[in-house]
Design a protein around this ligand. Sequence first.
Ligand code: ADP
Ligand code: ZN
Length: 763
Amino acid sequence: MNTQTQIEIKSFEANPPPPQFAEVVFNLPLKEAFTYTIPPELLGKVRVGMRVLVPFGRRKITGYVVHLPDKWDKPIVLKSIADLPDTGPVVNEEVLVLTKWLAGYYQSSWGEAIRCALPAGLDNKSRDVGYQLIKSVRLASPLPGEKEIERLLKRSPKQKEVFAIVRQKEISVPELQTRIPKSQAALRSLKEKQLVEVFTKKKVREAFVPEDAMTRPFGESLTFTPEQQKIFKQLNLAIEAGKYESFLLHGVTGSGKTEIYIRCIQRVLEMGKTAIMMVPEISLTPQTVERFRQRFGDRVAILHSGLSQTERYLEWKKIHDGKVSIAVGARSAVFAPFKNLGIVVIDEEHDGSYKQDSNPRYHARDTAVMRARSLNAIVIMGSATPSLESTQNTRLGKYQYLSLESRVGERMLPLVSLVDMKEERKKHKNFAMLSGTLRSAIRDRLSRKEQVFLFLNRRGTARFVFCPDCGYVLECAHCSVTLTFHGKEGHLLCHYCNFRARMPGHCVECHGEVIRFSGFGTQKLEEEVKKLFPDARVTRLDRDTTRGRDSFAAMHRNMKAGNIDILIGTQMITKGHDFPNVTLVGVVHADLSLNIPDFRSCERSFQLLTHVAGRAGRGQVPGKVIIQTNNPDHYMFAFVREHDVNAFHEKELKLRQQLNYPPFTRLVAIEVISENESLGQSTAQKLGRALNQQAISGVEILGPSKAALYQIQNKFRWHLILRSQNMQALQGLLVNCRELNDLKSASGGKLKIAIDVDPFNLL
Ligand code: ADP
Ligand code: ZN
């Protein structure tokens, strides 16, 4: 090839004709992409993955460019892109592909999926967190002559001073004010004299990351136990092979799983790749963060809901700009825009918070597996109580099963015993919340200066307020949920919609004068405990006491410092804490989660109780767990007592198979929501008929039926459940059912259709 042709090729490559059109998707329930022309001033600037501001109907809205087609040959006149808010793409090609898959699988629109992969504040131009607007001062132009300036400024030394600074270079108003205090008046005069002008500067926000963040040595690591070493060796082989593989790491709390994750992440980083570490939001405590900071310093970006919108954006930008190599975060961390992703770790993989409960209803664990597979990255899912789905996947050979049998340092598992609360009431005439057994155990721990956890998964003081004459139970005016009495504030609260009501003086139904309470919550438990143990230092932790992360951190400090004797709490106390001095855990009412009408309620109760139990006896003293229940004969408790997760899985999987439930089948839940009860019902029935007509063999259609929580916030809810062994068959039905798609896109104020693929919550 001679030089002449080479040059020709080069110049051709340097100047391909810039695309004239852009396909744009929106954060709206619209399946299709919309094509726009690129105006002359933006030619060559629009790239795939960028945000654009475009006319849509009568408004201008933000969309995402997903494709730049070469030509447009339909007889429709196109509108043109109005503006580009950013200088580069906000979504990379790989995340675009991922979100496209996600939208298809979870039945949302592509734009909705892209929106979900971006930090809050990037959706709306007026609330753009990407820029800072800074008031700045620069020289006016044109400037008067030098002599003129001098005469002006002669009699005001302050104005002279300010002018001298601005003359050197433009400066922001806040900075000017720190350099010359009380300079506002001088600045105003200078402006009037037309020597300077004040303008608003748009500055790209940048997060600070020290320059040597990526080259600093890693923090010191612990010496692995032989068991950890064996597992790490196996994982390391997969990491070095650089091929997709998924692992389920099963090990009790305290068995050293996190230590293994950390070392695997370090290996991945050493190979020049990046890592995502996912934890449930509730476990993203300062302690978790501290552990990662200690090992990885400023290589870590932290994504959690306690951050302000701007902080969140800046953490995301660190990842986007390649300034960090690890993202630690909850569900949405699965979208961290890394290049060269080598590993995704999902701790507590069974946790329900990985499933988003609004559109797009994606599961972060399953999305992570999908993403890792396409990138040849490895996935480690860890849990003390793996989900039945993941367990079944290890049996099918989709995930490799790894298990840590013992706790680090030979610490013993706690002794679990049950108290039959029916007996307690019948035989001992004890109608209080704490059984005699639990009371004396608490007394015993207090005398030994040890700490106690009391777990009750219900807030407030009393579940029901009811009339003993007619049996009327007070319910929320907007939801089919009983109201909970909050004693301290003296009002009734709906835990679903926050509806508040005053405590009535008599029965609303029969006007009887006696009102009774039944049931209980953490607040009432706190009162009872304080009465029984007046000298104990009692702290309560639930949604009513923890408004911010600070109260969480404060509780932590006080537990560590030994300033708390008894900690009472909901689910919040079951995760992410390691307090060696807690030697007794009491489960006040174990039946709560068991009585929920959902096929997963038993699995969830087992996980919950196992985790609560895991809080006891992490130090030198073996722990004790006392579980109070009305159903001591329920099969689940035997497995909790024996700490036998595998045997529980065996039993529960058999039941699921008999009943045709996941993981042996796949489900899709279709929810019809309407303020108009009869419209909701007729729509649900119409949909049911349409689906049945369309249905293919191997797909079952259950319902429509009223949802277990039939009325929420004045809206009525109907469920249709589609069931099949084959997800593709279900997906096909969803895509092909015209009625469903018509109703879905017409979804609006009066009627809403929500589709939940692989639903986690069936209430
Ligand atoms: P898990 O994630 O399974 O709950 P962790 O990794 O948090 O377990 O380990 C539990 C505790 O044991 C932590 O305090 C951790 O620092 C400690 N630990 C873990 N591995 C080791 C080890 N090899 N040597 C000493 N201590 C360890
Ligand atoms: Zn309500």
